[in-house]
Write a protein that binds this ligand. Sequence first.
Ligand code: M6R
Length: 608
Amino acid sequence: MCGIVGYIGNKKASNFLIEGLSKLEYRGYDSAGIAVINNGSVEIRKHKGRLSNLVEELENNSADGTIGIGHTRWATHGEPSDINSHPHQTSKGDITVVHNGIIENYNELTKWLKSEGYEFKSATDTEVIPNLIHYYYKGDLFEAVVKATENLEGSYALGVVCGQEPDKIVAVRKDSPLIVGIGNGESFIASDIPAVLNYTRDIYLLEDNEFVVLTNEGAKIFKANGERINKEIYKVTWNEDAAEKGGYDSFMLKEIHEQPKAIKDTMSGRVSLNEKINLGDFKLTAEELEEIDRIYIIACGTAYNAGLIGKVAIEDLARIPVEVAIASEFRYRNPIVTKKTLIVTLSQSGETADTLAVLRDAKKIGAKTLAITNVVGSSISREADNVIYTMAGPEIAVASTKAYTTQTVVMNLLGMYLADLKGMLKSEDEIEIKKALLELPNKIEEVLEKKPQIAEIAKIIAQEKDLFYLGRDVDYALAIEGALKIKEIAYIHSEAYAGGELKHGTIALIEPGTKIIALLTQTNLKDKMISNIREVKSRGAEIIGIAYEGQELDSSIFDEIIRIPQISTRIAPVLGAVVLQLLAYYVAKERGCDIDKPRNLAKSVTVE
Ligand code: M6R
C-alpha cells in the first residue's frame, strides 16, 4: 500500500522525506516522489521504480526547502510510471497532493472537473484531488481541503502543500492510516510510525475526518467545521520492526487481520445491492460472451485453489464449462484452446512464470485472455487482453492469505457478471451473494475473535505428523487450501479429501488419534459430511469441525467445533479460510517456524 510522509521544520525536508519513505518500503511500492516548497514554489521530483532512482535524481537535481511531502506508490489505478507517481498537482496552479487510499468516485469527479477546464495527465484516481482542492481554493488551503473531501468517496490519507501558503502542510485521513509526529522544532506526518521514529516518539494518532495543519509553530488538529481538537500525545515505546508489522508478530498475522479492509477494497465500486456488478474496464458484450465456449482458469498454488472456488461459482451461476488447471501442467499438455476459449490467469503477483507462459501461448493461438491479479502493471496484467485487480494491497508474507480471499470474492463477482450478461442471473441468487459479500468484512472480524480457541487447538495439532482436511463441494476446495497453508508454514504433512472419496482408499490411513479438520459449511451436504465424519470417528480419528453458529450437531462425534457466523453457503469458504489461516499460523508458531519466510519457498516464483 502507498506510504505518505511530510516534514516541516528548519532542516532540509528532502533528507527526512527520503529516510521516512525508506522506513515505509515494507508496505510495498513501485514508484516514489517528493514535493518540496522552495522559495515559495513547489518543486516535484518523482520516479517509477525503487527509491534509489529518486535519490539519484536528487543528487543531480536537489530539491531544497524545509517543507515537503513524499510518497511511495503501490499502483492501484494506472500502471507504475513516472506520470502516475505521486505527488500530483492541479493543472491550474501548484496545489500538490500525496494520497494513500482509493477514490471510488474519481470517474464522475474527473468528468466534472474536465468540464470546469481542468486537465488530467495521469491514469490515477488521485489526480482529481489537487484539482478539486484548487476548485475550492479561495486563499485558505485548510478550508479548500475540507470542501474537497466533502466530495470524495472512498479512502484517503492526504498531505497537501501549495506555493501560495508556503508555510504549511494540510493533512487529513479517512479509512487510511495517518499519524503526526511532534519533534523538537519540527513536525511530521506519516502513514506509519516507523517513518518518524528516528526523530520523535511523540505521536498524535489521527482519527477519520480529522484534519491537521502543520506550520513552524507545530501541529494543530481540527474537525471539518474548524473546531480545534485537543489530542493526547501517544508515546511510542516499541521498536521499529514491531511497528512495520503494525504490532503483529508477523506479516502473515497482519495480513490475516487486513482481510476485512482488503475485501472492502476488492468490492469498492463493484458491488452494491441495487446495481449491476461493475468490473471496471473488463467489459464483454453478450455477443462476445456467446463466442466463448469454455473457460480455463490457470494458476499455481493458492491461486489455483481460489480458482477451484471460481469454477463452482461460474458454472453454477453462468452455466459456462470451466476447467481449473495448474499452469505448469497445462502448458505441457495439449489442451483444447481455440479462439473461442477464455483463458483466465489468476495470480497474486502477476509474475508467476508458468502462469505467464500459458497466457503467452494462449495469445498466440488467439484465445481471449483475462488476468485476475493483485499487482498493477505486473507482466500478466500488461499482457492479458483484460484485467481485474483484486485490490488486496501488497502481500508480504510468503503464505498467501488476503490474496486468496480477495481472489475468491472476485471469482464470485465474475460468476455474477457473466451470468447477468447471459441474462440468466436469478435475482434471488444475486441478492443472496451480494448481501453475503457486503456482510463479509464484519463477519471476518467475528471469525478473528475465535483466535484464542484456534490457538488452543493449534497446541494439539502442532504435535502431529499427518493431518487430514475433509470437505465437500466448495468446502473441499477450501480443504485443499487449508492443507497447503499448514504444509507450507508449519511443515506438517497434510492432505485434503472430498468426504465421499474416503472409502475409496484414504480411510485405510485413519488410526486412533488421527486428527481431522472437517468443514461443514455446505448445508445441503451436511448429513453426507456427518456420515463421513462418523466413518472416521469410529476408527479412532479426532475431529475438529468448522460449522455455523447455531448449527445443530451431534457433539459426541466432535472433539472441538469452531463456529463461524451464518452466511450464504457460496461465500462461507471465505470465513472458513480465515479459520484455516489462523490455525496454520498458530501451529507454525507453536513449532517455532519462520512464519513469514518458510523454508525453501519464495513469494513470487518467476522461474519454472
Ligand atoms: O503470485 P501467484 O498468485 O501467481 O503465486 C502462486 C503461488 O506461488 C502462491 O499462491 C503460493 O502457493 C503461496 N505461497 C501459497 O501460500
